[in-house]
Design a protein around this ligand. Structure first.
Ligand code: GDP
Ligand code: MG
Length: 162
């Protein structure tokens, strides 16, 4: 089964999207230590295609360096084990240095990457998302993990790659 990983820095809304995608289904928590700590795996389907979603996280709090290192490890692991990567950013905060670091790693991988601009809860925020072109990953999808708007368009495009 195809694997889709959701990566990005903390608080952009990865777990909120994950929970929406696997609603009514069970998440499997990987109990192993280290970088896989708190990775959640769940099954979902869209347009008749089943796939596994990974919610990455479980970052060690500490200095910014440690923090970035943890995120980078999650991204490298996601690149290795996934077929498609969802890179989530946050329209409320705009681009941060951590986003740029993740984008640099993803640009070097040959896995399909979907840039997902989250927290676009209303149409007035759609225009704010254009700043994310600066990440150098091309087109992006805007969505609201909380209210679900935009998720259908993302999933339509996503399952085309599986
Ligand atoms: P994660 O650390 O990337 O997994 O982020 P979470 O899913 O834990 O969400 C972090 C915070 O952002 C929480 O307070 C969420 O309720 C909030 N959040 C997530 N998605 C959205 C969204 O689409 N819109 C808004 N306004 N807030 C969101
Ligand atoms: Mg989370």
């Amino acid at each position: 089964m195809s694997i889709v990983a959701i990566v990005g820095r903390p608080n952009v809304g990865k777990s909120t999207l994950f929970n929406r995608l696997i609603q009514r289904r069970e998440a499997i928590v990987d109990a192993t230590s280290g970088v896989t700590r708190d990775r959640h795996y769940g099954k979902t389907d869209w347009n008749g295609k089943e796939f596994t979603v990974i919610d990455t996280g479980g970052y060690v709090k500490g200095s910014d360096d440690v923090f970035q290192d943890e995120i980078d490890k999650q991204v490298v692991l996601a690149i290795e084990e996934s077929d498609v990567i969802l890179f989530m950013v946050d329209v409320e905060s705009g681009i941060t240095g951590m986003d740029e670091d993740v984008a640099n790693l993803l640009r070097r991988s040959d896995k399909p990457v979907f840039l997902v601009v989250n927290k676009v809860d209303s149409a007035t925020r759609v225009a704010d998302a254009t700043e994310f072109y600066a990440l150098g990953l091309g087109e992006y999808y805007t969505l609201s993990s909380i209210n679900g708007s935009g998720t259908g368009e993302l999933l339509d495009a996503l399952v085309e790659k599986l």
